[in-house]
Design a protein around this ligand. Sequence first.
Ligand SMILES: [Zn+2]
Length: 146
Amino acid sequence: MTMELRCRVEDGTQALAADFASLAVEAGWHVQACDLCAGGCFPPRLRCPHCGSAKLRWTPVGEAATLVGVILVKGENPRHRPARALRRPEGYASGIVALDRWPDVRFPVLIEGEDAAIAEVGMRVRLGSTTVGSRQVPSGRPVPVR
Ligand SMILES: [Zn+2]
């Protein structure tokens, strides 16, 4: 089932952030799509960055994406101390993906475990969800090359 809902732009950015968070829990990750120009965008906005329209709807990100940026975070130093839930010996990778469904939209992902060490730009990933502390965050798992 595809679930698409109007973006409550008239209620402001906090309503958009709340809708993004509740949709993530109830129906998975979503970005905004424009009714007028069919462009997509993330993070949530009050108006389409392509044409300025406020006629936006939530649309699922899909599962397929390509890693376009990634950094491995391992250990800590005086300038960077990861959140407690992310302090693991193997570290984690913070990534940005281009969505297959919305190639011009960038979306953040957390890459965990052994996958973090092998993550590299250009790698295909499957989007999912993982729990960090008490929050659900978008995750990416590398898709094995055949
Ligand atoms: Zn537009």
